[in-house]
Design a protein around this ligand. Structure first.
Ligand code: AMP
Length: 457
């Protein structure tokens, strides 16, 4: 689809994540971490179509700062050879841009002198970079000149002028990042090539240069045994007497939505992946699917997936801190704010303060932010602590009556008063504007939540 990719390199920001152990002592890690650490990757034969700017040592460095720093340095040094820029998910590529915004001065310094910043301490990485780096004052001047400009619009094509496309997943929850990617890349095509999970590889996009909204993934029937649970948002659910009827891969119907069910070679049996897919067509007999959304996911910034029950629990735990101030949370909703890099969770709170003389202070509300983060699942906390892929959680306190106004607005647009439920997550612009215009104070989590690679039992 893109000619000449064998004539240059790919700048891919690839990372390994910390491994964890299950309570039974088994090693657990995401699929890409397994892959990068495997001999398949480390000793891959030379392939002119897959030459990366990042050396293996940089990709495999467990410290995310050192890994990103050296990958960026190599990408800058090879800037004319770079033909595509990518990361697994769109959020990862934006994090790299943010990293460049914060670190271009040190990076330029290293380029100028051909030396490596002392913050990179990993011995094998230092040794490997020692062989790659060479002084290039002209390149250093160029990087300083471009990065010190006020506007970063089109920065990707300014620094890597031969980039033909971005290789990142922008379907599903990642679609929220498309406008920002377009801003930084001047609207370069975005190729979503694959649909996969740690449990199983699912499918490929056979038309990778299509628009993000038109992406369909063709399921590869040899990857697992695929079955589909018809998804009907209006159904009351399944009961013992009327169990769900699973549909085989060959029997799915165009236009219908299904939940993906897999039986894998590794031993998962009729495992519910949690993804909702819509059939868009067939490639030969293999159905093609549009990724609709993840089931029950309210908030997602990176690989975190927070559902309604988790958010509810987090709000409950945090609001305990308000008791001594005779204050309670009357209503709440949430928003995944991806305007900041990294993105962060925003929780809107309407409070009932019964004793105005003793209302909760900024400090207390900051502690509420942290308490909420402590309640989130381990993938969220890992994103905050180890991967730096999620920013501090924010509480925006809105003035009294705001949620009633929200309801009035929904009713004015046709919602029924009987059926109205406060949305636990919002992203519709008029609603966001309404909420933001009623904010009386904002508070950010002051510290990192607790996280270790050992799983909580
Ligand atoms: P994980 O199990 O953490 O590796 O994440 C797998 C999940 O990421 C899938 O079940 C999907 O929800 C999501 N995902 C993976 N690939 C895509 C894609 N191409 N488009 C949208 N979501 C995706």
């Amino acid at each position: 689809y893109v000619p000449g990719l064998d004539k240059g390199k790919g700048l891919y920001f690839l990372f390994v994540k910390s491994e964890t152990r299950t309570p039974g002592g088994l090693l657990a890690r995401p699929v890409l971490t397994s892959y990068y650490k495997s001999e398949h990757f480390k000793t891959r034969p030379y392939d002119p179509y897959n030459v990366y700017t990042s050396p293996n040592e940089a990709i495999l460095c467990p410290d995310s700062f050192q890994s990103m720093y050296t990958q960026m340095l190599c990408g800058l040094q090879d800037r004319h050879q770079v033909l595509r820029v990518g990361a697994v998910f769109a959020s990862g590529l934006l994090r790299a841009i943010r990293f460049l915004q914060l670190n271009w001065r040190q990076l330029s310094q290293d380029i100028e002198t051909g030396t490596l910043n002392q913050k990179v301490t990993d011995p094998s990485l230092r040794e490997c970079m020692g062989k790659i780096l060479k002084p290039d004052p002209e390149l250093a001047r160029f990087v300083r000149h471009e990065c010190s400009k006020e506007s970063w619009e089109g920065i990707i094509t300014r620094i890597w002028p031969n980039t033909k496309y971005l290789d990142v997943i922008v379907t599903g929850a990642m679609a929220q990042y498309i406008p920002t990617l377009d801003y930084y890349s001047g609207g370069l095509p975005k190729a979503c090539t694959m649909y996969a999970s740690s449990e199983c590889y699912f499918g490929l996009n056979l038309n990778p240069m299509c628009k993000p909204s038109e992406v369909s993934y063709t399921i590869m029937p040899n990857m697992a045994y695929f079955e589909f649970l018809p998804h009907d948002p209006n159904s009351a659910g399944f009961t013992r007497d009327s169990p769900p009827k699973l549909v085989d891969l060959v029997d799915v119907e165009i236009g219908k939505e299904y939940e993906l069910v897999i039986t894998t070679y590794a031993g998962l049996c009729r495992y519910l992946v949690g993804d909702i897919l819509r059939v868009t067509g067939f490639h030969n007999s293999a159905p093609q699917f549009h990724f609709v959304r993840r089931k029950n996911v309210l908030l997602s910034i990176d690989s975190d997936k927070t559902d309604e029950a988790e958010l509810q629990k987090a709000v409950e735990n945090a609001s305990r801190l308000l008791r001594e101030f005779n204050t309670s949370v009357v209503e709440y909703t949430s928003y995944a704010d991806t305007k900041t890099i990294p993105g962060h969770y925003v929780i809107y709170w309407e409070l009932l303060v019964k004793d105005a003389a003793n209302s909760p202070t900024d400090d207390v509300l900051k502690q509420c932010c942290l308490a909420m983060e402590e309640s989130m699942n381990s993938v969220y906390r890992q994103g905050r602590v180890a991967d730096n892929s999620i920013g501090p959680l924010e509480i925006r306190v809105v003035r009294n009556g705001t949620f009633e106004e929200l309801m009035d607005y929904a009713i004015s647009r046709g919602a029924s008063i009987n059926q109205y439920k406060v949305p636990r997550c919002v992203n519709f612009t008029p609603i966001m504007e309404l909420l933001d215009s009623r904010v009386v104070s904002t508070h950010f989590s002051p510290a990192l939540p607790h996280w270790t690679p050992e799983r909580r039992r």
